[in-house]
Design a protein around this ligand. Structure first.
Ligand code: FAD
Length: 382
C-alpha cells in the first residue's frame, strides 16, 4: 500500500521500540491467542514476560520501575495489538491504573505499587461499573465504611477488564452516602489472600474473547485507611475525571490502528481471491469501498495523531478526547462491517482475524463511557 499512514509523532527511537513490541506480539502473544480465547484470559506468565521485556508501564517514570517514556510509547503497544486483532492483554487498563498512581498516589503508594505493575507481578484493574449501572457513576452502591483505622467494603462490580487476573484493583466506592461526587473514593485493593474478595464469572462476551472481563464481589473486605488513593477521602470522582482524556485517547488509538490493520488485510485478500475470472479488487465496487475506507483511515489517523500529540503535551481536553473516542470508534464499526462484507463468507468465520476484529470493535462504542455519554460531554462544551 503506497498510502502513508505513519503517525506524525513517530521517530527512529519509537520505530525500534515498535519493532520490539511487534516481535513480542508475533512470537509470544499471537501463538497463545487461540488458547487464551478458549479460557477467557491470557494467564499471568505473559504479563510477567511483558514486564521482563520492559513493555509494561512504559510511560511511568524510571524511578518507579517504569520505562521512562511518554504517552506515545504506551499508545504504540495498544496500536500494535489492535492492528493485529489481538486483545488479550488489556495493557491500556493496566497503564491507566499506573497513571492513577503517578498522578494521584501518595509517594508511599507510588513506591509500593508502580514497580509491581511495571514488572507484571501485579495486573491492574479499575472497577467502577456495577450490576445496577455504569454510565451514572455517582449512583454506585459499593460502600466503604470507615471503622477505626480501616475501611470495610461491601458491594459488587461487573464487566471489569483484567478482573480475573488482577492482583491490584482500584475500587471506586462510596465513602459517604450523603454526598454525590464528593462521597466517592478510590480504594486500593490487593486481591491476593484478601478475605471476603471473590472473583465471579469470567464473562462470556461477543468479542475480545481472550481478554478477561469479570464480576468482582466484596463481602466485608477490610483494607487499611491508608488504602485511599492519594490519602484523602472524597477525591475519587475528581481523580477519575482528570484521567479520562488518557483512556479516551487510547481507545482512539486502537480504533485507528484496527482500521488500518483491517484495510491492509482486506486489500491483501481482495487482490488474491478471484471471482468471475478476476481478482475481487478489480471490481469497481471493491475498489470504491476500499478507497472510502482508506479515506476514513487517513482522517482518523490525522485526528488521532493530533490527540496523541496534545496528550503528550499535557493539553488534551476532555471534550476533544470524548470526540476522538466517539468518532474513531464509530468509523471503526463501519469499516469492520465493510471489510467483513468484502471477505464474503470467510469474513464471518472466526478463523479469520477480520471476523474477530468485527466482533471486537462493537464494544469500543460501549466501554470507556458509552458514545451517548461522549455526546453529552461534547454537547456540554458547545
Ligand atoms: C468488555 C467490557 C469491558 C469493560 N471494562 C470495564 C472496566 O474495566 N471497568 C469498569 O468499571 N467498567 C468496565 N466496563 C463497563 C462499561 O464501562 C459500561 O458497560 C458502560 O459504561 C455502560 O454502562 P452500563 O453497561 O451499565 O449501561 P447503562 O449505563 O445502563 O446504559 C445503557 C444505555 O443507556 C444509555 N444511556 C445511559 N445514560 C444515558 C444518558 N444520560 N443519555 C443518553 N443515553 C444514556 C447508554 O449510552 C447505553 O446505550 C466494561 C464493559 C465491557 C462490555
Amino acid at each position: 500500500m503506497s498510502i502513508d499512514f505513519r503517525p506524525t509523532w513517530m521517530n527512529e527511537e519509537l520505530d525500534l521500540f515498535r519493532d520490539n513490541i511487534a516481535r513480542f506480539l508475533d512470537n509470544e502473544v499471537a501463538p497463545q491467542d487461540e488458547a487464551a480465547r478458549k479460557q477467557g484470559h491470557v494467564g499471568h506468565a505473559i504479563w510477567r514476560r511483558a514486564g521482563e521485556l520492559g513493555l509494561l508501564c512504559i510511560d511511568v517514570p524510571e524511578q518507579f520501575g517504569g520505562g521512562g517514556g511518554d504517552f506515545r510509547h504506551e499508545a504504540l503497544f495498544d496500536d500494535q495489538m489492535a492492528r493485529r486483532g489481538l486483545t488479550g492483554m488489556a495493557t491500556s487498563v493496566h497503564s491507566i491504573v499506573a497513571q492513577y498512581f503517578v498522578h494521584h498516589g501518595t509517594p508511599e503508594q507510588q513506591r509500593m505499587y508502580l514497580p509491581k505493575l511495571a514488572s507484571g507481578e501485579l495486573v491492574g484493574a479499575i472497577a467502577m461499573t456495577e450490576p445496577g449501572g455504569g454510565s451514572d457513576l455517582q449512583s454506585i452502591r459499593t460502600r466503604a465504611e470507615r471503622r477505626g483505622d480501616a475501611y470495610i467494603i461491601n458491594g459488587a462490580k461487573t464487566f471489569i477488564t483484567n478482573g480475573y487476573l488482577a492482583g491490584l484493583v482500584l475500587l471506586v466506592t462510596k465513602t459517604d452516602t450523603t454526598q454525590g461526587a464528593r462521597g466517592i473514593s478510590i480504594l486500593i485493593v490487593e486481591t491476593n489472600n484478601c478475605a471476603g474478595y471473590k472473583v465471579g464469572r469470567v464473562l462470556d462476551k461477543m468479542g475480545m474473547k481472550s481478554q478477561d472481563t469479570a464480576e468482582l464481589f466484596f463481602d466485608e473486605v477490610t483494607v487499611p485507611a491508608s488504602a485511599v488513593l492519594g490519602g484523602v477521602e472524597g477525591q475519587g470522582f475528581f481523580q477519575l475525571m482528570s484521567d479520562l482524556p488518557y483512556e479516551r485517547a487510547i481507545i482512539g488509538v486502537t480504533a485507528a490502528a484496527a482500521i488500518e490493520g483491517a484495510l491492509e488485510m482486506t486489500l491483501a485478500y481482495t487482490r488474491e481471491r478471484n471471482a468471475f475470472g478476476k481478482p475481487l479488487f478489480d471490481f469497481q465496487n471493491t475498489r470504491f469501498k476500499l478507497a472510502e475506507i482508506a479515506a476514513i483511515a487517513k482522517a482518523t489517523r490525522a485526528f488521532v495523531d493530533r490527540c496523541v500529540e496534545d496528550q503528550v503535551a499535557g493539553k488534551l481536553d476532555t471534550v476533544t478526547a470524548s470526540m476522538i473516542k466517539m468518532w474513531a470508534t464509530e468509523q471503526q464499526g463501519k469499516v469492520m462491517d465493510e471489510c467483513v462484507q468484502l471477505f464474503g463468507g470467510y469474513g464471518y468465520m472466526n478463523d479469520y482475524p477480520i471476523a474477530r476484529m468485527f466482533a471486537d470493535a462493537r464494544v469500543q462504542r460501549i466501554y470507556g463511557g458509552t458514545n451517548e455519554i461522549m455526546r453529552e460531554v461534547i454537547a456540554r462544551g458547545l
